[in-house]
Design a protein around this ligand. Sequence first.
Ligand SMILES: *Cc1c(COP(=O)(O)O)cnc(C)c1O
Length: 361
Amino acid sequence: MDPLLLTPGPLTTSPLVRAAMQRDFGSRDPAFTEMTARVRRRLATLAPEPAAFTAIPLQGSGTYAVEAMLGTLVPATGGAAVLVNGVYGARAVEALRRMGRTCEAFATDEGEAPDLGALAACLAANPRLTHVFTVHSETTTGQLLPLAAISELTARAGRRLLVDAMSSLGAIPVDGIVTDAIASSANKCLEGVPGLSFVLARTDALARAAGAAPSLSLDLHAQWARLEKDGQFRFTPPTHVLAALDVALDLHDQEGGVAARGGRYQENMQRLLHGMAQLGFDPLLPPDRQGPIIATFREPASPAWNFQRFYDFLRDRGFAIYPGSLARVPSFRVGCIGQVFPADIDRFVAVVADWREAAPW
Ligand SMILES: *Cc1c(COP(=O)(O)O)cnc(C)c1O
């Protein structure tokens, strides 16, 4: 039996989502074209001001959407200030540099709050910077960044905000956030399958970006223009993945939308943090920076500790966790998203308690 995936994605999905992939659509089949339009409309409702935004789906994992958003919307004559609190902020910096875009990185230690004072000072000193980029939920640690404060600061400085909301959109609201674009993916909080990412872009900002992207396949404007023209993806669409997302969005609605999905993840997270604390595991983040998506725990400081043995023990009992990816702190991660419910987290904590008894460090 496949383990429950307590990871940041791919995730455990509903059998209904997987069943939606049993059908082979032709890309010009009217049923598929209609489905594409419907999914785009539904995704746009997740934007802060749905009427001002358009949803552009892209073939590929989340990174493709982030790179397309940055390459299309940060102009060659401008630049971006990027908040870096983990690997996803760092990845945006690398994407911008490879595309030859001007970029100022603001790195804080993983798990620390971003230095917004330094960001404001940088924007004041660098009129060339037209954009600010931030991750919303930094999946490296599980930290939730102060998006409202970053949005306010960016607007006050007269700059445009771009957001990687990969592991938050659909579970953590973005109401009131002033932004030109938000990148996300089918297989995180929306609980679809991997292979499709998307950008929610302010239509007026996107319309100004014709010909700006340095890449053919990651040209968000061209992808949008084609979808608007005849409802088609420019290149082979991930038909099965889109059909799965359409059903995943039904389930998202049925659960009660963003508030209910986020509420379930929050409940998962509270039980996880509480249960693990009782077993002596130390979370990396203080409660005020801990988001509901994924938790990072420090590895116990004992010579007897062995991550692989811990992983295998849990895997044999039906749970897949995730290794840490912190530069300095040895750690592991446990995700709370996907088709994972509070009772699953309780069972997981009970298995960790068994492990603790069988192999104490
Ligand atoms: C998952 C994720 C991405 C995209 O990673 P892929 O491996 O390309 O799916 C980007 N940013 C954040 C914050 C993520 O959690």
